[in-house]
Design a protein around this ligand. Structure first.
Ligand SMILES: [Cu+2]
Length: 158
């Protein structure tokens, strides 16, 4: 009787122990799987070329009366991943010249002439700007002729 009880107790203990070990193993394996999935989800995306059409926009108000330039950049926000190649097609159609001036470390500074003739231009000045977004962070770009309105932010994520 005593031997049977002991055997039964051991069998019960063994089952309980197996369940506990299984539970612990499940938790550990589940965590590892979760970590693996998390790592996959947070892997950096492969680099690609980001094509941007950047165009100064002349807003319909009198800049002399307002006391500020009536020019802005469209778009005023460019978001890319670190490692991407950025290709900016910079156009302009207004009767003034505009620059695309990007802060260090990218350090770009190009100027487009006024579109001519005024009013109904037959030429639309254009320039391509390209660089690799190797440094993450926020970088201001602006037109050096029309502060403070003609500005934007390049965000390099990663
Ligand atoms: Cu400008």
């Amino acid at each position: 009787m005593s031997t049977t009880a002991t055997t039964s107790k051991m069998a019960n203990w063994s089952v309980r122990k197996t369940l506990i070990v299984s539970a612990i193993l499940s938790i550990i394996l589940g965590s590892l799987a979760g970590l693996g999935a998390g790592t996959l989800l947070h892997m950096a995306p492969s680099s690609q070329t980001r094509v941007i059409y950047l165009i100064p926009v002349e807003l319909p108000f009198n800049d002399t009366i307002a006391g500020i330039p009536h020019y802005v950049f469209n778009p005023d926000t460019i978001v890319v991943n670190k490692g991407d190649t950025v290709l900016i097609h910079f156009y302009q159609y207004t009767d003034e010249h505009h620059s695309f001036t990007l802060a260090a470390p990218y350090s770009k500074n190009v100027t487009l002439p006024a579109a001519t003739p005024l009013g109904n231009p037959t030429s639309i000045p254009k320039m391509d700007i390209t660089f690799v977004a190797a440094t993450s962070g926020l970088f201001v770009y602006h037109c050096q002729f029309h502060p403070p309105t003609m500005t934007g932010i390049l965000q390099v994520v990663g």
